[in-house]
Design a protein around this ligand. Structure first.
Ligand SMILES: *[C@@H]1O[C@H](CO)[C@@H](O)[C@H](O)[C@H]1NC(C)=O
Ligand SMILES: *[C@@H]1O[C@H](CO)[C@@H](O)[C@H](O)[C@H]1NC(C)=O
Length: 171
């Protein structure tokens, strides 16, 4: 499929799934992590690891006030990922997708170089802890749907140093 066909298909998917995602039952997964929201000094946003080579210490979306983060359109949200690489890394690239009904679509995120304006500087050293911190623009034009934010930080060979999925809702 060429690029414009793909974008059309993605748009059709968004339009198709927007109404039904609203009528689906609310996610009632484990709430164990919720108590962390009440603590100022440490917070953790529920996420799943989708194949990180690095070890992930903590993922934080700010603001996120429930088990499924409500991402307010027309705002910037802060994404913090604390991780420890298991190898030296010369270059790190951010790839962000919004997964809607299982289909990953590129999320608008201009900061492709993950080592710039992100609180980390390349090269990264194996075994050292890093706090990646960036702002994600949540565009006002996004449809108000459930989306899984898939955040990848890839090394020069395309391997996922970090891959995390954060369940969210565009509101
Ligand atoms: C979001 O961040 C961008 C880049 O820093 C800035 O230009 C824009 O004004 C911000 N938007 C809001 C709603 O704060
Ligand atoms: C930036 O990195 C430093 C050193 O790793 C860390 O102490 C600090 O909390 C980080 N800042 C943010 C905003 O993540």
């Amino acid at each position: 499929m060429n690029k414009s066909t793909c974008i059309l298909a993605a748009a059709a998917l968004l339009a198709t799934f927007a109404p039904c995602s609203e009528s689906k039952p609310r996610y009632h997964g484990p709430y164990i992590v919720n108590r962390w929201y009440l603590m100022q000094e440490f917070s953790e946003t529920p996420h799943t690891d989708c194949g990180s080579v690095a070890s992930i210490q903590n993922v934080e979306v700010i603001p996120c006030d429930s088990d499924v983060c409500n991402l307010k359109t027309g705002t910037n949200v802060t994404i913090n990922i604390n991780f420890t690489p298991k190898a030296d890394i010369a270059k790190l690239t951010a790839v962000v997708h919004g997964v809607v009904a299982g289909v990953p679509m590129p999320f608008h995120f201009p900061q492709v170089n993950a080592c710039q304006n992100s609180n980390i500087t390349c090269p990264l050293q194996s075994g050292q802890g890093y706090s990646y911190s960036v702002k994600l623009p949540v565009l006002g034009s996004y449809p108000k749907i459930k989306v899984v934010v898939k955040w990848e930080l890839k090394d020069a060979t395309g391997k996922d140093v970090v891959c995390v999925e954060i369940p969210a809702r565009l509101v």
